[in-house]
Design a protein around this ligand. Sequence first.
Ligand code: ARG
Length: 641
Amino acid sequence: MNSIIDRLTSVEKQSSQYEQRLQCLKNSLNATDLGKQCKMAKTLPEEAYLVSLLQATKELFAAAIKSSCNNLSNPPISVAQSTQKTVDYQCNSAMQIIKKVKDEGLTLVDGSKVKPHDIAVNIVRHIPENDIFGTVAVAGPGFINVNIDANYICRKVRDMLVYGVHVKPHESRKRVIVDFSSPNIAKEMHVGHLRSTIIGDCIARIFEYLGHEVLRINHVGDWGTQFGMLLAHLAEKFPDFVTKPPPISDLQAFYKEAKVRFDSDEDFKKRAYECVVKLQAKEPEMFKAWQEICDISRKEFKKVYDILGIEDLQEKGESYYNELMVELVEDLTNKKLLCDDEGRKLLYPSEGRGNHLLIVKSDGGFTYDTSDLACLKYRIEKEKADKIIYVTDKGQALHFYGLFDCAVDLKYYDPKSIDVVHVGFGVDKKKFKTRSGDTVRLLDLLDEGMQRSLKKLEEKGRDKVLTEDELKAAQHALAIGCIKYADLSHDLTLDYQFSFDRMLDDRGNTAVYLLYSLTRIRSIIRNANVSKPAEELAKEIPALKLQHPRELRLAKYVLKFPEIIYQIANDLRPHTLCSYLFDLSVVFSEFYEQCYCIEKVNTKEGEKTKVNIDRILLCEATANVMTTALNILGIKTLSKM
Ligand code: ARG
């Protein structure tokens, strides 16, 4: 028996070494892939990038204000999207400058009285030469209204068709860790974890898109005293688990059985505690049993990730920091930073924003807090993170505030140079339940989504038009797209209610509606039967020819995309991208209503179709931006549905 265990342990050690090497290779491959992308990005000419027009407008006004008010320190720069339909951006700085002048008792121009209107006129005079601004006008008491130049718009849409949808990457490339999903071994992966997975993956995609190096980390709950009862139960129920994988298909039922024994049988309880001690000492047999249990859960989790298309999610659970926790506790104890509370050891943050941390329990065990503190230190010191984002439900906000404050107190990081944030999302108001009151298994839920989406497609008669493979692809894209979109499309801080009926509605801001809009645009393009791909056609012209107000409005809306991406990288609220997509498809419909892309005309030779190429190119640009945006949301798109 012992020799078998020895051999197994050594095989295991080897396989874990191989796994680590494989991970290293994968990482370096990833790094070179990203490196390649960056190099590629560098070889793209400047005109290949889409810039934020809001940002560009701000920069132009900042320059104008600085040079027109050169005796003012830090002049206020206030530029925003205009609320008027006929104006793109508005600068309101003139009024604020007057206020500042008055407040600070300054004189502006030789002590004479100036009105905001004069200041505005003066600012306009100092706007640097540029090709972005079209008309600039001073209105009312001193508002400056700007419209983006139509030539610029027509050229940028053309560039986008030639080079693809590239948003200008952030200036410095950062290493960003996104901690998301993070279910608990042997426990249920619930809709909260589903939400964390969907939101976290989307945030990771945003940062990747902006050129950063992203690590997706699955901080699974795989350590702690609850494993004692699982291990004791496993060892007793399947004594030969070391040689034969235990036939447990339902780990949760197994967990429940163990819990019943733990609560009712004192001897079992004792054995369970002994198991924890053995596990923490990494005694081979216990360690093996623990791995078996983790493996069973891991397989279940993987099914969910595969269905959702979650890739590159690296598992580094609580157990990963076991040795570091020991060191950490030693260090904190030596520095006399822990407070004793009836045998428990607590760490208090100097600021009162969050909870204190429970570092050592009275039985000597470590906790969720201990592993998170050790882990945060590791992410900064070893993984060299510049930004760390934790995605969990907002119920954990106080835990994270306490954690961050303690880490700053301990000088693990300086919040001025490293950004550590918690993205706390709202919880399911009614905990998604079956009729009998049990919470629904996540896999069953995804399965139901698949069935419902097929029904939806059948209702629309799509099963009669699509091939079997196309129908399958549509069913999958629709089901998963809808589930993801429902989570992403409303402000994540609000509570929500999981509802298939709502997410599969084809009116309103849903994935069904958007996927249909996109396939409709693609089919308009197909029907035009243009001889060359859009990219080739765009290369042959310096700019699109767009004149109709609805053409220009759509083109501007398409070019608004970078603004939205930067905003989300800043506030980590992906619903803005969903609202943008929805508005974009509405603006597209308004364009399509009035601007014929394909026209039937009567000629002497009979009826002919006339294709408006520039409009077809605008359709293509719209579809490309929609596809990119949906991919960033983690939603697969289809050319037919
Ligand atoms: N396992 C935890 C839960 O299910 C989430 C972990 C989040 N990440 C972290 N580093 N604490 O609630």
